[in-house]
Design a protein around this ligand. Structure first.
Ligand code: 0PR
Length: 383
């Protein structure tokens, strides 16, 4: 019911705290299956200070628009491109939708089709439905990377683009993007790389000596990349990223918004009014942590994931779905559903996929949390 009269802030807050007390929080260490984390305190500070900025009307917030452009430029650099074109958006879903939209609009095909791995995130289902693009699902290899030959066989005159994934949602697997890039170039098709998760992991993991395939704009067939600062970038939700290699992709999805303060304004994003504060926080976090700072975050996460994978293997009956590539470890157990139920009953925030449990070593996940989890897992499996 809409209240007739207002209440004191303290009373309202108290009620809110009570209502949300059932939520799991990141700082409790119980959330092990999420790709989000407690945002970096500096990013929170930035969002608070600039909370009123609206990038939907860049003519009003001219400075913020420039900062967004600089954030896109820095992300492009991280991904091997001197200058890219894109936006800080609401998340990986919007970023993926924008990429599919650009590919479709540029292709001029009556019955557009997009070829994507069976491991692709469900955001592509939304994209396909909204954009009238038929999704053609490609098979996976035994190691859960996409089968490049199957993608090639599925190319038709209606194909508007190909998708590869750098850090799959379930297993953190990185597809053979170099091979996909070659294929895309051979057929004159654009390749979109969904690095929503991996974008803030792979560049640093590579530098640390982990063997991960190339995945970014250094490969000429890659025309767009999704990279989400609200995952491993530690920026508050919402902060996704979409970057295109060339301006024409962005232009293909831009619509005029002629009455806005900036005069001749074009909008490419799905959202109109959209948070400037989060884009500023992306910029600020990159400036604050730098490559070395993020490398340190990724180092801890990667080491923890390797340790956790080794520990899991010591539990009778528990098996890895595959050796981890990034900081995601997924495993199966006997009586999986019962084990999942028991772990959830014991207060663990895990992500139960079909056939396995996914643990994501986000910055809030510490070794002591995982040790406690392993103890509970051992008991849950035994029962
Ligand atoms: N692409 C990939 C590869 C993803 O893993 C995700 C989200 C997306 C795109 C879409 O990103 P947005 O959710 O930002 O639109 N992957 C996570 C997942 O499905 C999202 C998530 C995050 C789920 C936190 C749960 C959670 O607690 O696992």
């Amino acid at each position: 019911m809409f209240p007739e009269r207002g209440a004191d802030e303290e009373d309202v807050l108290e009620e809110l705290r009570k209502k949300t007390s059932e939520d799991l929080t990141f700082d409790s260490g119980r959330i092990l299956g999420s790709m989000c984390t407690y945002p970096h305190p500096f990013a929170v500070k930035v969002v608070t200070e600039f909370i009123d900025r609206n990038l939907g009307d860049p003519g009003l917030h001219v400075g913020s628009r420039k900062v967004e452009e600089e954030a896109i430029e820095m992300l492009s650099n991280l991904l091997g491109l001197e200058k890219g074109y894109g936006h800080i958006v609401s998340g990986g879903t919007e970023a993926n939708i924008l990429a599919v939209r650009a590919f479709r609009n540029l292709a001029d095909v009556e019955k557009p089709e997009l070829i994507l791995p069976k491991s692709a995130h469900f955001s592509f289902i939304k994209a396909g439905e909204m954009l009238g693009v038929k999704l053609v699902w490609a098979e996976l290899n035994n190691d859960y990377t996409v089968n490049v030959r199957d993608i090639e066989e599925k190319i038709t005159e209606n194909t508007v683009g190909i998708v590869g994934i750098a850090g799959t949602t379930g297993l953190g697997v990185v597809d053979d993007i170099p091979a996909l890039s070659d294929l895309a170039l051979d057929y004159g098709l654009p390749l979109h790389v969904d690095a929503a998760f991996g974008g803030f992991v792979i560049p640093f993991a590579k530098e640390l000596g982990y063997e991960v395939p190339d995945f970014d704009f250094r490969l000429k067939g890659v025309k767009s990349v999704t990279i989400d600062p609200h995952k491993m970038g530690m920026v508050p939700i919402p902060a996704g990223g979409i970057i295109f290699r060339e301006k024409r992709f962005l232009e293909a999805i831009s619509v005029p918004a002629p009455y806005l303060a900036g005069g001749k304004v074009w909008q490419a994003t799905i959202t109109g009014t959209r948070p400037g504060a989060n884009a500023l926080a992306v910029w600020a976090m990159i400036k604050h942590l730098g490559f070395e700072g993020y490398k340190g975050v990724v180092k801890k996460a990667m080491e923890l994931s390797r340790w956790f994978a080794r520990e899991l293997k010591k539990i009778p009956g528990v098996y890895l779905i595959r050796e981890p590539v990034l900081n995601i470890v997924s495993f199966g157990t006997p009586n999986l559903e019962e084990v999942e139920e028991e772990l959830k009953r014991r207060g663990w925030g895990i992500s139960a996929h079909r056939g396995y449990i996914r643990i994501v070593m986000m910055p809030h996940v510490k070794r002591e949390h995982l040790e406690a989890f392993l103890g509970d897992l051992r008991e849950a499996v035994r029962n």
